[in-house]
Design a protein around this ligand. Structure first.
Ligand code: AMP
Ligand code: GLY
Length: 433
């Protein structure tokens, strides 16, 4: 775009991911004004926040029209699956985010698996079911461990990795009866268990052109050493230790490039970010899932490493000009430690004060991204499960980790906790080398 084209931008979402995107976008000379709906206490320090639920497509569209928004970025998956991008595009507002149909890549596990089968994209062997008896027969045939997935969105909880045939059948019964995930579970995917190491890989697309971004590794379990229940992600670092130029090449050639053409062939070209959840099994990348948004907390680590203009890049993706973009990345790794409210991911306390955030975030290589925070009586308080993402860079992963935990230790929040071992895989492998 022309240099003089400064924009009024609308960002949808309220998590740490959106704070990281907002932080990076407000550094762009192309960003005249940033509005975030609904935002959080951290975002409110750098942008104008407007309280609208992310699911309320009509209210968001009305806001975009009345504020004469030039460009909209959609952070979370739910509004995309509900068709927000389509609605905004009918008003000729450029949007970074896929159409409702293209968002099925995340919104329907069955859609994603069928696409992989049809276009020969490596993924775990699977079948789809709506009927319990045939599902149980398939489980008997495949054996355990085995993975049961609700077809629709289930707030990140719709996947059961069953260790026994009995557990698998129980999960099937729970999902198909509608007890577990309501309508999202009325159709299921049952698939082969992949035994390997997970990585997240990100690339953006303008419908036609693919721009590889970077990799990260998340930590989904709540406890140190990957123990306890699954969460939305307790920390991440970038790049992931298993990413070599050859591995990246293989992910692009076998998974992402075929997906771009598959989506075109299916009549739903993809605009936005591909977040490929990949299992590396015996050195080979296998696609486990697609998300159609940035990962949280992976996004925080990517934004800390991106040297180029984010607005320029996302706008090029939204307007079919991605071939003009060649982003630069810092060679220094980054690492994000999530602080959550005690009790998360089960019931947790809310409305507790968090102190000393300014001092903790003062170091040059540290940013504190807010997720579930609000401002009350001049204080920052917690209002969600995952509350802060303390993100740091360093000359190597160990230094990034030291920098991040030094900031964590300055935060005065007795009701919060975090994992102390983010990036343990990367650090134990370098120690072994
Ligand atoms: P998803 O929501 O598809 O990312 O699944 C959530 C988590 O379940 C993933 O991050 C994996 O840890 C696990 N998972 C999903 N599919 C498989 C699979 N086929 N084999 C092993 N683990 C899986
Ligand atoms: N961190 C995993 C996710 O955003 O789904």
């Amino acid at each position: 775009m022309e240099e003089q084209d400064i924009m009024k931008i609308l960002l949808i979402g309220s998590g740490g991911r959106e704070h990281a995107l907002a932080w990076k976008m407000t550094q762009s000379p192309l960003c005249d004004e940033l509005i975030v709906a609904p935002g959080n206490a951290g975002i409110a320090q750098i942008a104008r926040c407007i309280k609208i639920a992310v699911e309320d497509s009509q209210a968001i569209t009305d806001l975009a029209v009345s504020e004469k928004i030039d460009f909209c970025i959609v952070g979370p998956e739910t509004p995309l699956v509900l068709g927000l991008a389509d609605q905004l595009r009918t008003h000729n507002i450029p949007v970074f985010g896929p159409s409702m149909k293209a968002a099925q890549l995340e919104g329907s596990k069955g859609f994603m698996k069928d696409l992989c089968r049809k276009y020969n994209i490596p993924t775990a062997a699977y079948e789809r079911f709506t009927d319990k008896d045939s599902a149980n027969k398939f489980i008997d045939r495949l054996g355990a461990p085995i993975v049961i997935k609700a077809d629709g969105l289930a707030a990140g909880k719709g996947v059961i990795v069953a260790q026994t045939i009995e557990q698998a059948k129980e999960a099937v019964a729970d999902m198909l009866s509608g007890n577990a995930f309501g309508h999202a579970g009325s159709s299921i995917v049952i698939e082969e268990f992949l035994d390997g190491e997970e990585i997240s890989y990100f690339a953006i697309c303008d419908g036609e052109n693919l721009l590889p971004l970077a990799s990260a590794q998340d930590h989904k379990r709540v406890g140190d050493g990957d123990t306890g229940p699954n969460t939305g992600g307790m920390g991440a670092y970038s790049p992931a230790r298993l990413i070599t130029p050859a591995m990246e090449q293989e992910i692009l050639e076998k998974i992402l490039t075929p997906t771009v053409s598959a989506m075109k062939s299916e009549g739903c070209p993809f605009t936005g970010v591909f977040f490929a959840g990949i299992m590396v099994v015996n050195g080979k990348p296998i696609l486990m899932e697609y998300n159609v948004r940035f990962g949280d907390p992976e996004c925080q680590t990517l934004m800390m490493r991106l040297k180029s203009d984010l607005v320029d890049m996302l706008y090029a993706a939204a307007t079919g000009k991605l071939q003009t973009i060649h982003p630069e990345w810092s060679d220094n790794p980054s690492l994000c430690v999530v602080m959550a409210a005690k009790g998360y991911p089960a019931t947790y306390i809310k409305n507790t004060p968090i102190k000393n955030l300014d001092a903790a975030g003062a170091a040059k290589n540290v940013e504190i991204f807010h997720a579930g925070t609000a401002q009350k009586d001049g204080q920052t308080i917690s209002i969600g499960g995952r509350v802060l993402g303390i993100t740091a860079t360093g000359q190597d992963v160990a230094t990034a980790r030291t920098n991040a935990y030094a900031a964590v230790d300055l935060i005065d929040w007795p009701e919060g906790f975090c994992r102390r071992d983010i990036a343990w895989r990367a650090l134990s492998s370098s120690a072994a080398e």
